[in-house]
Design a protein around this ligand. Structure first.
Ligand code: FE2
Length: 236
């Protein structure tokens, strides 16, 4: 798509204004239309920055959401400007750029934007512990019992070398599976339904737990997991 320099400047200004105004979307990948341009929006946190304390401090949330998540969204919007991807949803951008070596930078930022939104929704104040209802039945059927699931999830988190993510996903056979991915990678591109994710990049926990990743993940499982959200993601 060819545009004049004046049009490009207008698009960049509109994107900057949209991001500065905190343009929001309540579901993954919603776009906000601004006359001739569209941007991937940074969704609002589902709770206040201090709502998860003391398990995760407001300082960590402020940097994590306000700097890291925001940066992935802003970088993505710059990278897709004036490309065919401007007309795509965030989910479609992730799927279309996965495995396209010419668009690795776009994939990484798009996946990080998507992963972080799932992460915020995977937690809630006073969450965690063993689930109840349909998700509890799936946990029992897939892992034997909640304790075995807890152990497998924590082991995946502590054995993920370097930065990455730990996931509870529902495979195509409906069975629940714990996965870990490196850096920005996301199992969403492989046809799995993502129920929960825990960010194990150091920026997610280092201010509160330093190098004690296991303590962070155990606290995350015991006090923050949003099982109601996970239940809503289950494929029927
Ligand atoms: Fe993160």
């Amino acid at each position: 798509m060819r545009t004049s320099s004046a049009e490009s400047m207008t698009r960049r200004r509109l994107i900057r204004n949209a991001l500065a105004a905190g343009s929001i979307a309540l579901t993954f990948g919603n776009r906000t239309a601004f006359s001739q341009t569209r941007v991937i929006a940074l969704p609002p946190l589902p709770y206040g920055e201090d709502a998860l304390a003391p398990v995760i401090s407001s300082t960590t949330i402020s940097f994590h959401y306000g700097k890291h998540h925001r940066a992935s969204v802003e970088n993505l919007n710059k990278e897709i400007e004036d490309t065919d991807l401007m007309e795509k949803s965030l989910e479609d951008i992730v799927k279309e750029t996965f495995a396209d070596r010419r668009r690795t930078a776009i994939y990484r930022n798009a996946a990080q934007a998507w992963n972080h939104t799932l992460y915020w929704n995977s937690m809630r104040p006073n969450g965690g512990g063993a689930p109840t209802g349909a998700i509890a039945d799936h946990i029992k059927d897939s892992f034997g019992d909640y304790t075995k699931f807890h152990k497998e999830f924590a082991a995946a988190a502590t054995t993920q070398f370097g930065s990455g993510w730990v996931w509870l996903v529902q495979g195509q056979g409906k069975k629940l599976i714990v996965l870990k991915t490196a850096n920005a990678d996301t199992p969403m591109v492989r046809g799995t339904t993502c129920l929960l994710t825990c960010d194990v990049w150091e920026h997610a926990y280092y201010l509160d737990y330093q190098n004690r990743r296991l303590d962070y993940v155990n606290a995350w499982l015991d006090k923050l997991v949003n099982w109601e959200f996970a239940s809503r993601q289950l494929a029927t």
